[in-house]
Design a binder for this molecule. Structure first.
Ligand code: FES
Length: 154
């Protein structure tokens, strides 16, 4: 299921850890980078690679918000709604995101472009309220700048 290039990365990683299972998180990250998400089949496959049961891998994937167990839209919009962002109006940012993307929190827009998720603090409280699109942070947002940002992706 992992391509040859990624299997080589896994080989390199496994040499760095005293036990295979300790490499579970970075291998899941490699799998997600390859596929865009982590399917049940991939969870079983990665579990076999590191010698842990599927249930353990699923527990890890569903615990950490950085892993996706569902296919995402082209743009994954992660809106922080934790304390600092909430106090600075993340509720208005989230409702703007839903309006502009044409879908609700936890869903993907009908055109497959946007998936909206709510996340805990992303360590950018100084720029609250903020959201991330993929690996890019967008901070000091207002409903107007949020609308502008998302409209530019349409
Ligand atoms: S509370 Fe939103 S980045 Fe910290």
């Amino acid at each position: 299921m992992l391509n040859q290039e990624n299997l080589q990365k896994v080989d390199t990683l496994l040499k760095k850890y005293p036990e295979k299972k300790a490499a579970l998180l970075p291998i899941l990250w490699i799998a997600q980078e390859q596929e865009g998400w982590i399917s049940q089949e991939m969870m079983k496959y990665v579990g076999d690679l590191v010698g842990v049961p599927y249930s353990h891998v699923m527990g890890v994937v569903t615990f950490y918000t950085m892993y996706n167990d569902k296919k995402l839209g082209k743009y994954h919009i992660e809106v922080c709604t934790n304390v600092s962002c909430l106090l600075r109006g993340s509720d208005k940012i989230l409702s703007t995101v839903e309006k502009v993307c044409g879908t609700k929190l936890g869903s993907t827009s009908p055109d497959g472009k946007f998936t909206i998720s709510e996340v805990e603090c992303m360590g950018a409280c100084g720029g609250a309220p903020m959201l991330a699109i993929g690996e890019n942070y967008h901070e000091h947002l207002t409903p107007a700048t949020t609308e502008q940002l998302l409209t530019s992706l349409k």
